[in-house]
Design a protein around this ligand. Structure first.
Ligand SMILES: NC(=O)c1ccc[n+]([C@@H]2O[C@H](COP(=O)([O-])OP(=O)(O)OC[C@H]3O[C@@H](n4cnc5c(N)ncnc54)[C@H](O)[C@@H]3O)[C@@H](O)[C@H]2O)c1
Length: 441
């Protein structure tokens, strides 16, 4: 392919060298004359393992050259990668000025080019940027039509400085944000010698991916450091404990607990989060991350409440009151807390949970109910039909499989607020609101 790459920093240089090694014809474009001069001598302006040899080889063999001339680069290539910087502003937002400038340069150059052109955006941008900002500018200023003579794909970059050439060939996956099949097929051609799955997705999901991954990596580092500091503070061998922790690939290093749903609760998680924070405090170890867990969990409950309040109805059917399905444990149940808040605000609540029987509650479980919602029995009804019939809105904290089927079959249907994501796949059957997700397509 004939490829132009706009922005010859770390991402641009590594991409250029690797694509040129695969015998694509590559033109690097940058605003820095100094970088252009170095690149045309086969010298990499950035330092990365294996990059000098790859770059020199590509230039010597005629597969890579560099220019300041955006127009010439667009007119002599079929596909452009955009890898300009999107640095952080003081308020944490990303600076998109370089991105907008390069989009304008490309759009201008496309005006008097006749053949189709493909734009692959690799710089990190907030979700929505490509569709709301960049594509409208590209089409308006180039006079082209998306998915006809202009193809656009958002393709996040996962390289890490220090091992970027290895990462280029071994990414966790290749994400191609486009719902246009021809665009997907064409951009996938760039990565025929790259390992891992090539996954199509919406542009917004692809844009979210890099930030999501980096934030999770940062969260993991902060967790490991803060947890180790607490353990070390109380005299435990933190490395030994964390090494053991990492051996659990069933619940710790796994997909478990990483799907969005309702707030957590129960007798273990809140208690042990509190216990670790207390341990930190008693040994003089600050625990801002661990302390934030409760704050985040409470904010999630407030989100649910706000969605219900926005419905402007008084009669609510709440399905699921235990802290999760399959148990009658009410301790620290977010659904119980939500019910108490709704009742305090004067909502007419009916609750169904096939497992919870007031007369069977005992010990700490009964005590918790007494403290937080002593008259729960007045609102619980063991007839699902009656509860659904009562609700002008159905709020589903969780539903056992049988209950799920009954809700699907019940008519007439009320608007459904899904707090756990269970109904996302069947959302089309309801007037559906997910707690913080859209229906599954
Ligand atoms: N560095 C990484 O490890 C890494 C990894 C993944 C993703 N990213 C993302 O990729 C993007 C690029 O990162 P980077 O570290 O390579 O940036 P960088 O700052 O090293 O390089 C950006 C380059 O773009 C050039 N540029 C600016 N305006 C231009 C224009 N109008 N035309 C042509 N060139 C222009 C600059 O001169 C510079 O050489 C960022 O959004 C970054 O967040 C970076």
């Amino acid at each position: 392919m004939k490829i132009s790459i706009f922005g010859m920093g770390y991402v641009g240089c590594v991409s250029a060298a690797c694509l040129a090694s695969a015998q694509h014809s590559v033109i690097g474009v940058d605003v820095s004359e100094a970088k252009i001069a170095l690149l045309n001598q086969g010298i990499s302006p950035v330092t990365e393992e294996q990059l000098p040899e790859k770059m020199a080889n590509a230039v010597t063999r005629g597969y890579l050259q560099a220019t300041r001339d955006a127009r010439a680069a667009i007119h002599t290539t079929d596909l452009s990668l955009i890898t300009v910087g999107t640095p952080a502003r003081d308020d944490g937002s990303l600076e998109l000025a370089y991105m907008i400038q390069v989009i304008q340069e490309i759009a201008q150059a496309l005006r008097d080019k006749t053949s189709p052109h493909t734009i692959v955006i690799r710089s990190t941008v907030p979700p929505g940027t490509t569709e709301r900002l960049l594509i409208p500018q590209l089409t308006a200023q180039s006079g082209r039509t998306l998915n006809q003579d202009l193809l656009v794909c958002y393709n996040p970059e996962f390289l890490r400085e220090g091992s970027s050439i290895k990462d280029f060939y071994n990414p966790p996956f290749t994400i191609l944000g486009t719902e246009h099949d021809d665009t997907f097929q064409q951009v996938a051609q760039l990565y025929t010698d790259v390992r891992g799955a090539v996954l199509p997705c919406s542009i917004q999901a692809a844009e979210a991916m890099k930030t999501l991954c980096n934030v999770f990596h940062a969260l993991k580092i902060a967790f490991a450091n803060e947890a180790a500091a607490v353990l070390h503070g109380c005299g435990a061998n933190a490395m030994e404990a964390i090494d053991l922790f990492l051996r659990d690939e069933k619940l710790n290093i796994s997909r478990a607990y990483l799907k969005p749903g309702f707030a957590f609760g129960g007798s273990c998680l809140p208690k042990d989060v509190g216990a670790m924070i207390h341990l930190g405090q008693s040994h003089g170890v600050a625990t801002p991350l661990l302390s934030g867990i409760r704050v985040s969990n409470d904010a999630h409950l407030e989100r649910a409440l706000a969605i219900i309040q926005r419905q402007n109805v008084r009669k609510i059917a709440l399905i699921g009151i235990a802290f999760k399905p399959g148990t009658d444990d009410l301790r620290d149940s977010p659904a119980l807390n939500l019910a108490a808040r709704l009742l305090a605000e004067g909502y007419e609540l009916r609750i169904f949970d096939p497992i919870v029987r007031i007369q069977n509650l005992i010990g700490a479980n009964a005590l918790h109910m007494q403290r937080h919602l002593p008259d729960l029995g007045d609102y619980l009804d063991d007839h699902l039909d009656r509860v659904l019939n009562h609700g002008a809105v159905w709020v589903i904290a969780h539903a056992e499989p049988g209950v799920y089927q009954q809700i699907l079959a019940y008519t007439p249907k009320a608007p459904l607020i899904d707090l756990s994501g269970q109904f996302a796949r069947d959302a089309g059957q309801f007037s559906y609101t997910g707690l913080c997700w859209m229906p599954t397509p």
